[in-house]
Design a protein. Structure first.
Length: 243
């Protein structure tokens, strides 16, 4: 005869314990899920509200790898902060603060890259060194930039009448460092000096003591008085004394 133990077997005890654990009612706390798209949209909205560029002329790239964030609070709002001197171009670091009931419950740092759609002046055709640039030689092209170069040319009128320091192929960007203002007067040239105001107009002849492009103020020796004066270049072999 097989004698049965009056104690339950270990496997039966484990099953009973598991059953008890599973049957205990849960008490899940409320939480909030912030998706990657929520974070991207918040950053994008912040940039759109604060950048100084024309509408529609900026695009952003999130450089930090983002993931969904789950917070135990029931209601969460997001705020994006940037450095006070942020110019909203190139790479930047933004701080995202997560608020619940007025309190900061989490902070995240996100790296962002920003590009600005900018006008640049380019050549329409091949341009020859030392030949005066006309309005028909150039046009504006849009270009995405992560920084605004110091030598950029954005307005065609800024270079019309000037010349290039070397030949330039068609559709090439024109920058300030490759253009120069042609000399209208060279050192030693005979020039006509004009003294002119509302009540008096006098003309004299002189000798230029230095080279001069248009609108440059140069030294000129007055041949009548033999005195050196300063005058502004206004044309070929022509300078004007400003009172």
């Amino acid at each position: 005869m097989v004698k049965l133990s009056r104690y339950p077997c270990p496997s039966l005890i484990l099953l009973i314990l598991l059953s008890v654990i599973i049957c205990i009612p849960g008490t899940a706390e409320p939480n909030t899920k912030i998706s990657v798209e929520d974070i991207k949209t918040t950053i994008s909205d912040h940039v759109d509200r604060n950048h100084p560029w024309p509408p529609g002329s900026i695009r952003i790239h999130i450089l930090t790898r983002l993931s969904e964030i789950v917070l135990p609070q029931e209601s969460v709002t997001l705020e994006v902060l940037n450095y006070p001197d942020e110019d909203f171009i190139g790479d930047a670091t933004f701080t995202i603060k997560f608020y619940s009931e007025g309190n900061v419950v989490k902070e995240e740092t996100v790296r962002v890259g920003m590009e600005v759609l900018t006008d640049v002046v380019v050549s329409k055709r091949e341009l020859v060194k030392n030949r005066e640039i006309t309005g028909e030689d150039v046009h504006i092209q849009k270009k995405w930039l992560k920084r605004i170069p110091a030598n950029i040319v954005t307005i065609p009128s800024d270079i019309v009448g000037k010349t290039l320091t070397f030949n330039l192929r068609p559709h090439s960007e024109i920058t300030k460092n490759i253009i120069r203002t042609p000399l209208l007067i060279k050192r030693g040239n005979v020039v006509r000096i004009v003294f002119d105001n509302d009540s008096l107009s006098v003309t004299a002849m002189g000798i230029s003591e230095e080279d001069g492009a248009k609108d440059k103020v140069i030294r000129v020796k007055n041949l009548s008085s033999n005195r050196t004066i300063y005058a502004r270049v206004t044309g070929d072999s022509l300078v004007r004394v400003e009172f």
